[in-house]
Structure formats: structure tokens, C-alpha cells
Ligand binder design. Structure first.
Ligand SMILES: Cc1ncc(COP(=O)(O)O)c(C=O)c1O
Length: 395
């Protein structure tokens, strides 16, 4: 291509993006990053000002726990900070293996494998546990990383209405396929409701389907921290694959998959996001292991989380807001329009409370997503409720 043509080509593309951005801004769907000037926690700092933080998935407040920080510092001395290669190429450390053994024990499975993130786990695993002869049944409100994993799979993907069990049962019964897989979040990340796993387990068993669970928000929160299966008293069968993240209640970064030895070895050998990606640094792994140790020893943190949740939910309901079926520390407030959602989020922000507006395409229906943690104090919760009350009155 001649120099001039190349220039006009680039100019054309730039114009396309600026036009697209203009449309996003006109529709009030443009997003920007707020750069935090403090550690994660119930109080955070933006542009020199402190805000009460109701946006974090650090449900147990472990992202800044002093004894975890000590262990991370020690691991830095022992292993340095970079990991230099994928684990199959020598990038991992003995700490990775120790964490996997711990997770397998915690989840009561044969084995576990660490991924660099929940997104990497879902997009890496789903395509390689399915094939052209698989029918994959996915809840319509599953996380974006599951949706993308399904898109990358060669399976036929059938989306079932959110938690609609009779619909799922009918779909799965009628579908003729050599292999069937049901995929669901355990706690749905934007609605905060819990998947009816007892029934889904029964449907899978009856129809000989594999069950893949994304326990990102259930791990550390449900079942004394062990996650959704434990919450429902379901034994982790070999035909159940449990994925979860280390980035939420565990307060670190990364994800895991837990299941039978064969499944884990298959994933280790085939998941492209595992095989072709540099391992997480040992200090990050040390943080996850230390967090799991705390969760195992100290049930008070989880108790406090659920007590705080109860207080917030009561307060929000008393004001008259609709919490969209929340059953967990994720508490959305139905806000109707994008305009109203942005108005409420800004009102809270002006009162030094950070609770972000969630808009399409993240969700179909806009909302304020409040998350509560074990680190919030009674005063923090009261302040949120009072501000929400004042806002309702001033409407
Ligand atoms: C249900 C669910 N699955 C997967 C992920 C992705 O996890 P990560 O942030 O570790 O990539 C998230 C997090 O945002 C999530 O909410």
C-alpha cells in the first residue's frame, strides 16, 4: 500500500472509533476507570477524598489482611516476584502445588488446578470439555466469561431462561446429543441470587449431563466458605466440575478448577489459557493459601459478612427499594433507566459513598450494585442507609 493510502486508511479507522465513542457517550454508556489512591477496603480514596466503598468483591476483607501481607512479603524473599514462564515451561513454584492441594482438600475433590483469572479459566476450560457432539445448556445470566467460553466451544449452545428449571429440564430432555453439559454461576454476579443447585444436580443426574459450576462468588461466602456445593450438601461427584476465583472472598488474584483427577489432568494438558500463559507469581499464590487458612480457622468473618448483609438488606427494603431477588452479599437496587441509575450513583458519590452504576451491556436492566463485606462497620451501614433514605425523600 502506498504511503498516502495507508494514511487515509488509518484516518478512516480513527474516525470510526471516534464516531462509536460519540454514540456511547450520547447513550450515557461510556465508562471510565477511577484510579484508587488507597488499599482496597471499606474506605477508599479517589482524587484525595475518602469514600465508603460498597463496590468490592473482597467479601471477607482479606485483600489487606496483615498476616496475609506478612506471608506475601516472606514469599517475595523466597521466590522473587516474576514467574517468567507458563507452569509447564517451569514458571510455577512449589507454592502453586501446595495451593492446589489445599483447594482440592477444601473442595473435597481429587485434584485442583490454578488459572490466572476466572476469565482465563472459563474461556480455557469450557471449549475443551465440550465438542461438536455436545449440547451445552447455559443460564441466561451466567457471567461474561462463561458466555465467551461457550462462544469459543464447538458445542451447540442452548441458553435457558434464568433459573427456569422446567424450561431447562424440557430442553435437556428433548435435545438429542452424545454429551450434555449444564453450566451455571452459583451466585449470580449482578443479581446476587443463588442457583437452585439441588434441582440442577437432580436434572443433570437424571439426564446424564456433566455439571460445570462457576463458584466465583460462592467460594469463601457459602457453605462455611467451602462454596455452593457444601451449602447445598451436595457431594462433589466426578461428573461435577467446580471452578472458582481467588480474586473475590479469597482477596487475591487468580482462579481454580477442582474435580476428578482425570478431568484436572485433561484440563492441564489442553486448556490454552493455562498452557500458553505465564504462571501467577508465587507471592499471589502465597496470599491465596494464607487466605484459605484464615477461612478454615476463623468462621467469625463469614458470620460477620452475613450479619452485615442482613442489616443492609433490611435497611434497603425498609426504604422501599427492590433488591432484585438478592440472596447474597451482592445487593442490586433496581433503578429502571440508565439516566436514573447514573443519577443515584452520582448522588451517592457526592455524599462520599461509592456504589457504581451497572449499565448495558454488562446487564440488560440498569442497576446500582451494592456489595457488602465483613469489614464494614455498623456505622458504615447506617450511613449508606441514611443517604439512600435522604435520596428517596429528595426525589
Ligand atoms: C461469576 C464470575 N465468573 C468469573 C469471573 C471472572 O473472574 P476474574 O475476575 O478472576 O477474571 C467473575 C468476576 O468478575 C465472576 O463474577
Amino acid at each position: 500500500m502506498a504511503g498516502g493510502d495507508e494514511c487515509s486508511f488509518l484516518w478512516y479507522n480513527t474516525l470510526v472509533f471516534s464516531e462509536k465513542l460519540k454514540i456511547l457517550k450520547e447513550n450515557r454508556l461510556f465508562r471510565e476507570i477511577k484510579d484508587r489512591e488507597s488499599p482496597q477496603g471499606p474506605r477508599i480514596k479517589f482524587a484525595g477524598k475518602e469514600y465508603l466503598n460498597f463496590s468490592s468483591n473482597d467479601y471477607l476483607g482479606l485483600a489487606t489482611h496483615p498476616s496475609i501481607i506478612d506471608k506475601v512479603k516472606r514469599s517475595l524473599d523466597d521466590y522473587g516476584y516474576g514467574s517468567a514462564a507458563s507452569r509447564l515451561l517451569s514458571g510455577g513454584s512449589i507454592l502453586h502445588k501446595e495451593l492446589e492441594d489445599k483447594i482440592a482438600k477444601f473442595k473435597d475433590t481429587d485434584a485442583a488446578l490454578i488459572f490466572n483469572s476466572g476469565y482465563a479459566a472459563n474461556t480455557g476450560i469450557i471449549p475443551i470439555i465440550t465438542d461438536e457432539q455436545t449440547a451445552l445448556f447455559s443460564d441466561e445470566l451466567n457471567h461474561a466469561s462463561i458466555i465467551d467460553g461457550c462462544r469459543m466451544s464447538k458445542a451447540e449452545v442452548l441458553i435457558y431462561r434464568h433459573k427456569d428449571l422446567s424450561y431447562l429440564e424440557e430442553l435437556i430432555r428433548k435435545k438429542i446429543a452424545k454429551r450434555k453439559v449444564v453450566i451455571t454461576d452459583t451466585i449470580f454476579s449482578m443479581n446476587g441470587d443463588i442457583s437452585p443447585l439441588n434441582d440442577i444436580y437432580g436434572i443433570c443426574k437424571k439426564n446424564n449431563a456433566l455439571l460445570y459450576l462457576d463458584d466465583a462468588h460462592g467460594t469463601g461466602v457459602l457453605g462455611n466458605g467451602k462454596g455452593a456445593l457444601s451449602h447445598f450438601n451436595i457431594h462433589p461427584e466426578p461428573w461435577i466440575i467446580q471452578m472458582g476465583t481467588l480474586s473475590k472472598a479469597i482477596g487475591s488474584v487468580g482462579a481454580f478448577v477442582a474435580g476428578s483427577s482425570d478431568v484436572i489432568e485433561w484440563i492441564l494438558n489442553n486448556a490454552r489459557s493455562f498452557v500458553f500463559s505465564t504462571a501467577l507469581p508465587s507471592c499471589v499464590i502465597a496470599a491465596s493459601t494464607a487466605a484459605l487458612e484464615i477461612i478454615e480457622k476463623d468462621s467469625d468473618l463469614i458470620k460477620k459478612l452475613w450479619e452485615n448483609r442482613k442489616k443492609i438488606v433490611q435497611g434497603i427494603k425498609d426504604i422501599g427499594y427492590d433488591i432484585m431477588g438478592s440472596e447474597s452479599p451482592i445487593i442490586p437496587i433496581r433503578t429502571g433507566t440508565v439516566e436514573n441509575t447514573l443519577r443515584i450513583s452520582q448522588y451517592l458519590y457526592d455524599k462520599r459513598i461509592y456504589a457504581p452504576a451497572i449499565r448495558p451491556p454488562t446487564v440488560k436492566e440498569p442497576r446500582i450494585r451494592i456489595t457488602v463485606t465483613a469489614s464494614h462497620t455498623n456505622e458504615d451501614i447506617e450511613r449508606l442507609i441514611n443517604v439512600l433514605k435522604d435520596m428517596r425523600a429528595s426525589k
